[in-house]
Design a protein around this ligand. Structure first.
Ligand code: G3H
Ligand code: 13P
Ligand code: NA
Ligand code: ZN
Length: 328
């Protein structure tokens, strides 16, 4: 059944677990995620970015979600818009059956330029008014995602701030977070604390200097009833990097967010954990291996099935680690 983000995260907060929000842009990702949710008896958040909507098309994406939820009627599914950039992208997501939208007003509508507080507050408030009138939840974001090591915003995927940012911009201010939640009425708040999107988050295993988990703990102290969201939360598993590189790939040495840091966040109010890159790596690893192992094979179902299998394993591991398992 389809449920809202508010319904799902309220249950997660009451029961002390976190929920992975897996990105989707095609059928194989959807089937893999749902197979893992079913196998672990987990509720799930499936999210689509603007890029995903452009890739699959809104009609195909909407019917795909219908197909997935109808195939697994016992699994609670929140269908969420990832990084909405204006009122219109949020409105059209709602028209297509999304039960939750993110208005990312930390950046201007171009998705690159850091925005000021008043811009972010006003556009987020407008989305909250519209979405709540439709029974849809809203995630806002305060603070710009990017690396505390380099001071750069996300660049690899072609979105996010490209100028050098200060620590003040890269770390959500706890006092401002309190004000923002009160003034916007968001159901969940994404915060910035050193993670970034994509595979290249950290050049070493992160410690408190480059992954500021203490910011989450301070925000949770001030806002104990607000559901917190961690973006850029792929763990970038070394074994997947190795498979890709062993089969002709070229992933440079890199670190993601360790699962134990996410578990620490879940103890401090993190309820939604955004993961896209890990499934991209899993699919790529499986397909590269499949091509090498069976060079005469050319039926896409063969290697896409391998990709689904490896994505399902990643998703199952996250459901287990975040305590989502058993809560469907
Ligand atoms: O926001 C980051 C997600 O990984 C989505 O990425 O914009 O390439 O679809 P995308
Ligand atoms: P990753 O790139 O770490 O998977 O983050 C995804 C994300 O935050 C989507 O909004
Ligand atoms: Na999101
Ligand atoms: Zn994100």
């Amino acid at each position: 059944a389809r449920i809202t983000l508010r319904q799902l995260l309220d249950h997660a907060a009451e029961n002390g677990y976190g929920v992975p929000a897996f990105n989707i842009s095609n059928m194989e990702q959807g089937l893999a995620i749902m197979a893992a949710a079913q196998a672990t008896n987990s509720p799930v958040i499936i999210q689509a970015s603007r890029g995903a909507r452009a890739y699959a098309g809104d009609r195909v994406l909407a019917r795909l979600i219908d197909g997935l939820t109808e195939t697994y009627p016992e699994i609670p599914v929140c269908m969420h818009l990832d990084h909405g950039n204006n009122l219109a992208t949020c409105a059209t997501a709602i028209q297509n059956g999304f039960t939750s939208v993110m208005m990312d007003g930390s950046l201007k509508a171009d998705g690159k330029t850091p925005a000021d507080y008043v811009y972010n507050r006003d556009i987020t408030r407008a989305v909250v008014d519209m979405a709540h009138a439709c029974g849809v939840s809203v995630e806002g974001e305060l603070g710009v995602l990017g690396s505390l090591e380099t001071g750069m915003g996300d660049q690899e995927d072609g979105h996010g701030a490209t100028e050098k940012l200060s620590h003040d911009q890269l770390l959500t201010d706890p006092a401002e977070a309190e004000k923002f939640v009160q003034e916007t009425g968001v159901d969940a708040l994404a915060i910035a604390m050193g993670t970034s999107h994509g595979a290249y988050k950290f050049t070493r295993k992160p410690d408190g200097a480059i992954l500021a988990m203490h910011v989450i703990e301070e925000i949770h102290r001030r806002l104990p009833n607000t559901h917190l969201v961690m973006h850029g939360s792929s763990s970038v598993p070394e074994d997947l990097q190795q498979i890709i590189n062993n089969y002709g790939g070229d992933i440079k040495p890199t670190w993601g967010v360790p699962v134990e840091e996410i578990q620490r966040g879940i103890k401090s109010g993190v309820r939604k954990v955004n993961i896209d890159t890990d499934n991209r790596l899993a699919a790529t690893a499986a397909i590269r291996k499949s091509f090498a192992d069976e060079p005469a094979e050319f039926d896409p179902r063969k290697y896409l099935k391998a990709a689904m299998g490896m994505m399902t394993e990643v998703c199952k591991a996250r459901f287990e680690a975040f305590g989502t398992a058993g809560n469907a």
